[in-house]
Design a binder for this molecule. Structure first.
Ligand SMILES: [Mg+2]
Length: 225
Protein backbone atom coordinates (compact mmCIF):
# COMPACT_ATOMS: atom_id res chain seq x y z
CA UNK A 1 0.00 0.00 0.00
CA UNK A 2 2.68 2.47 1.00
CA UNK A 3 4.78 1.70 -2.09
CA UNK A 4 1.71 2.61 -4.18
CA UNK A 5 1.08 5.74 -2.15
CA UNK A 6 4.70 6.85 -2.60
CA UNK A 7 4.33 6.37 -6.37
CA UNK A 8 1.13 8.45 -6.40
CA UNK A 9 2.88 11.15 -4.37
CA UNK A 10 5.88 11.10 -6.73
CA UNK A 11 3.49 11.65 -9.64
CA UNK A 12 2.29 14.87 -7.99
CA UNK A 13 -0.71 13.87 -5.84
CA UNK A 14 -0.62 15.29 -2.31
CA UNK A 15 -2.48 13.73 0.62
CA UNK A 16 -2.12 12.35 4.13
CA UNK A 17 -2.32 8.64 4.84
CA UNK A 18 -3.77 7.30 8.07
CA UNK A 19 -3.11 3.62 8.64
CA UNK A 20 -3.92 1.41 11.59
CA UNK A 21 -0.33 0.35 12.29
CA UNK A 22 1.58 3.36 10.89
CA UNK A 23 -0.58 6.22 12.16
CA UNK A 24 -0.52 9.47 10.21
CA UNK A 25 1.97 9.69 7.33
CA UNK A 26 2.34 13.02 5.48
CA UNK A 27 2.46 13.08 1.69
CA UNK A 28 2.18 16.85 1.37
CA UNK A 29 -1.44 17.89 2.04
CA UNK A 30 -4.00 17.35 4.79
CA UNK A 31 -6.94 18.17 2.52
CA UNK A 32 -7.11 14.65 1.13
CA UNK A 33 -6.96 11.67 3.49
CA UNK A 34 -6.30 8.04 2.57
CA UNK A 35 -7.57 5.81 5.37
CA UNK A 36 -6.09 2.31 5.42
CA UNK A 37 -7.01 -0.69 7.52
CA UNK A 38 -4.61 -3.35 6.19
CA UNK A 39 -6.51 -6.20 7.83
CA UNK A 40 -9.99 -6.15 9.28
CA UNK A 41 -10.70 -9.49 10.94
CA UNK A 42 -7.09 -10.17 11.89
CA UNK A 43 -7.98 -13.13 14.10
CA UNK A 44 -9.74 -14.77 11.13
CA UNK A 45 -6.65 -14.05 9.01
CA UNK A 46 -4.33 -15.66 11.56
CA UNK A 47 -6.59 -18.71 11.77
CA UNK A 48 -7.11 -18.77 7.98
CA UNK A 49 -10.74 -19.34 8.78
CA UNK A 50 -13.05 -16.58 7.76
CA UNK A 51 -13.58 -13.11 6.37
CA UNK A 52 -10.64 -10.71 6.57
CA UNK A 53 -10.42 -7.60 4.50
CA UNK A 54 -8.26 -4.76 3.30
CA UNK A 55 -10.15 -1.48 3.64
CA UNK A 56 -9.17 1.76 1.93
CA UNK A 57 -11.17 4.98 2.09
CA UNK A 58 -10.47 8.37 0.56
CA UNK A 59 -11.87 11.44 2.30
CA UNK A 60 -11.85 15.14 1.50
CA UNK A 61 -11.83 16.04 5.22
CA UNK A 62 -11.39 14.49 8.64
CA UNK A 63 -14.85 13.17 9.49
CA UNK A 64 -16.58 10.02 8.22
CA UNK A 65 -19.03 12.27 6.39
CA UNK A 66 -16.13 13.38 4.18
CA UNK A 67 -15.44 9.90 2.76
CA UNK A 68 -15.91 9.95 -1.03
CA UNK A 69 -14.47 6.55 -1.97
CA UNK A 70 -14.57 3.20 -0.22
CA UNK A 71 -12.87 -0.07 -1.13
CA UNK A 72 -13.19 -3.31 0.85
CA UNK A 73 -11.55 -6.49 -0.42
CA UNK A 74 -12.38 -9.67 1.47
CA UNK A 75 -9.29 -11.83 1.07
CA UNK A 76 -11.23 -14.91 2.19
CA UNK A 77 -14.26 -14.76 -0.13
CA UNK A 78 -12.42 -12.68 -2.76
CA UNK A 79 -15.35 -10.30 -2.84
CA UNK A 80 -14.50 -6.73 -3.81
CA UNK A 81 -16.82 -3.97 -2.59
CA UNK A 82 -16.40 -0.48 -4.05
CA UNK A 83 -18.36 2.72 -3.45
CA UNK A 84 -18.07 6.19 -4.93
CA UNK A 85 -20.06 8.93 -3.20
CA UNK A 86 -23.13 9.79 -5.25
CA UNK A 87 -22.46 7.01 -7.76
CA UNK A 88 -23.57 3.86 -5.95
CA UNK A 89 -21.73 0.75 -4.81
CA UNK A 90 -20.62 -2.43 -6.56
CA UNK A 91 -19.78 -6.00 -5.59
CA UNK A 92 -17.22 -7.56 -7.91
CA UNK A 93 -18.07 -4.85 -10.44
CA UNK A 94 -21.85 -5.40 -10.38
CA UNK A 95 -24.06 -2.62 -8.97
CA UNK A 96 -25.65 -3.32 -5.59
CA UNK A 97 -29.42 -2.86 -5.56
CA UNK A 98 -30.25 0.14 -3.35
CA UNK A 99 -33.90 -0.93 -3.05
CA UNK A 100 -33.28 -4.21 -1.17
CA UNK A 101 -35.50 -4.10 1.92
CA UNK A 102 -34.84 -5.32 5.45
CA UNK A 103 -36.61 -8.55 6.30
CA UNK A 104 -38.64 -8.69 9.47
CA UNK A 105 -40.27 -11.85 10.82
CA UNK A 106 -43.98 -11.89 11.67
CA UNK A 107 -42.92 -11.47 15.30
CA UNK A 108 -41.32 -8.12 14.44
CA UNK A 109 -37.79 -9.46 14.84
CA UNK A 110 -35.12 -8.75 12.25
CA UNK A 111 -34.42 -11.94 10.36
CA UNK A 112 -30.58 -11.79 10.29
CA UNK A 113 -28.53 -9.43 12.43
CA UNK A 114 -24.73 -9.10 12.26
CA UNK A 115 -23.01 -8.66 15.61
CA UNK A 116 -19.36 -7.62 15.86
CA UNK A 117 -17.01 -7.38 18.85
CA UNK A 118 -18.67 -10.64 19.91
CA UNK A 119 -16.76 -11.07 23.17
CA UNK A 120 -18.98 -13.35 25.29
CA UNK A 121 -19.00 -10.75 28.07
CA UNK A 122 -20.50 -8.18 25.69
CA UNK A 123 -22.87 -10.80 24.24
CA UNK A 124 -24.08 -11.67 27.73
CA UNK A 125 -24.69 -8.00 28.46
CA UNK A 126 -26.56 -7.58 25.19
CA UNK A 127 -28.60 -10.80 25.43
CA UNK A 128 -31.89 -9.15 26.44
CA UNK A 129 -31.59 -6.47 23.75
CA UNK A 130 -30.71 -9.11 21.13
CA UNK A 131 -33.72 -11.25 22.11
CA UNK A 132 -35.99 -8.32 21.31
CA UNK A 133 -34.06 -7.41 18.17
CA UNK A 134 -33.61 -10.48 16.05
CA UNK A 135 -34.47 -14.00 15.01
CA UNK A 136 -30.83 -14.94 14.23
CA UNK A 137 -27.41 -13.49 15.06
CA UNK A 138 -24.38 -13.78 12.76
CA UNK A 139 -20.88 -12.95 14.03
CA UNK A 140 -18.28 -12.95 11.24
CA UNK A 141 -15.46 -11.28 13.17
CA UNK A 142 -14.71 -8.53 10.65
CA UNK A 143 -16.53 -5.19 11.00
CA UNK A 144 -16.01 -3.98 7.43
CA UNK A 145 -17.14 -7.30 5.94
CA UNK A 146 -20.22 -7.37 8.20
CA UNK A 147 -21.13 -3.86 7.08
CA UNK A 148 -20.83 -5.04 3.48
CA UNK A 149 -23.32 -7.86 4.20
CA UNK A 150 -25.82 -5.12 5.10
CA UNK A 151 -24.91 -3.31 1.88
CA UNK A 152 -25.89 -6.41 -0.09
CA UNK A 153 -29.05 -7.06 1.95
CA UNK A 154 -27.68 -10.39 3.18
CA UNK A 155 -28.02 -9.06 6.72
CA UNK A 156 -30.88 -6.75 7.71
CA UNK A 157 -28.78 -4.74 10.17
CA UNK A 158 -25.54 -4.89 12.16
CA UNK A 159 -24.02 -3.54 15.37
CA UNK A 160 -20.66 -3.64 17.11
CA UNK A 161 -21.04 -4.37 20.81
CA UNK A 162 -18.13 -2.10 21.73
CA UNK A 163 -16.74 1.15 20.43
CA UNK A 164 -15.49 0.96 16.87
CA UNK A 165 -12.69 3.06 15.42
CA UNK A 166 -13.59 5.06 12.35
CA UNK A 167 -10.61 3.54 10.54
CA UNK A 168 -12.24 0.08 10.80
CA UNK A 169 -15.44 1.21 9.14
CA UNK A 170 -14.66 4.28 6.97
CA UNK A 171 -14.68 2.48 3.61
CA UNK A 172 -17.48 0.01 4.37
CA UNK A 173 -19.82 2.72 5.69
CA UNK A 174 -19.79 4.36 2.26
CA UNK A 175 -20.47 0.97 0.65
CA UNK A 176 -23.58 0.66 2.85
CA UNK A 177 -24.92 4.16 2.22
CA UNK A 178 -24.23 4.02 -1.52
CA UNK A 179 -26.05 0.66 -1.58
CA UNK A 180 -29.16 2.31 -0.11
CA UNK A 181 -28.57 1.39 3.54
CA UNK A 182 -28.35 3.62 6.59
CA UNK A 183 -25.50 3.92 9.09
CA UNK A 184 -24.90 5.67 12.39
CA UNK A 185 -22.11 6.20 14.88
CA UNK A 186 -24.27 7.34 17.82
CA UNK A 187 -23.21 10.31 19.91
CA UNK A 188 -22.30 12.83 17.21
CA UNK A 189 -24.36 15.67 15.73
CA UNK A 190 -24.60 13.77 12.44
CA UNK A 191 -24.75 9.97 11.86
CA UNK A 192 -21.26 10.17 10.33
CA UNK A 193 -19.93 13.07 12.37
CA UNK A 194 -17.19 10.98 14.01
CA UNK A 195 -13.63 12.12 13.35
CA UNK A 196 -11.32 10.05 11.19
CA UNK A 197 -8.67 8.91 13.66
CA UNK A 198 -7.47 5.81 15.51
CA UNK A 199 -9.68 6.18 18.59
CA UNK A 200 -12.74 4.04 19.37
CA UNK A 201 -15.65 6.50 19.42
CA UNK A 202 -18.95 4.64 19.44
CA UNK A 203 -20.53 1.33 18.46
CA UNK A 204 -21.08 1.31 14.71
CA UNK A 205 -24.60 0.52 13.49
CA UNK A 206 -26.13 -0.06 10.07
CA UNK A 207 -29.47 -1.13 8.68
CA UNK A 208 -31.25 -1.56 5.37
CA UNK A 209 -33.94 0.97 6.41
CA UNK A 210 -34.90 3.34 9.24
CA UNK A 211 -36.69 0.57 11.12
CA UNK A 212 -33.81 -1.92 11.00
CA UNK A 213 -31.27 0.82 11.85
CA UNK A 214 -33.44 1.68 14.86
CA UNK A 215 -33.20 -1.95 16.01
CA UNK A 216 -29.39 -1.81 15.73
CA UNK A 217 -29.29 1.49 17.64
CA UNK A 218 -31.45 0.01 20.40
CA UNK A 219 -28.86 -2.76 20.84
CA UNK A 220 -25.97 -0.26 20.66
CA UNK A 221 -27.66 1.91 23.31
CA UNK A 222 -28.75 -1.04 25.49
CA UNK A 223 -28.81 -0.44 29.24
CA UNK A 224 -25.46 -1.12 30.91
CA UNK A 225 -25.37 -4.56 32.51
MG1 LIG B 1 -7.03 -3.74 11.24
Amino acid sequence: MFAQLRLLNASGLEFTALAEERGEVAFGSRELVVVIDPIDGSLNAKRAGGPCALSVAVATGWTLDDVVFGFVYDLHSREEWVAVKGQGATLNGKPLDPTVAARFRETGHLEVFGVESADPRYLAGAAEALKVATYRVRALGAIAVTLCQVAAGRYDAMVSLKKCRSIDAAAALLVVTEAGGLVCFPGFDKPLGAPIDLVGHAPVTAGRCEASLAVALAVANRPAS
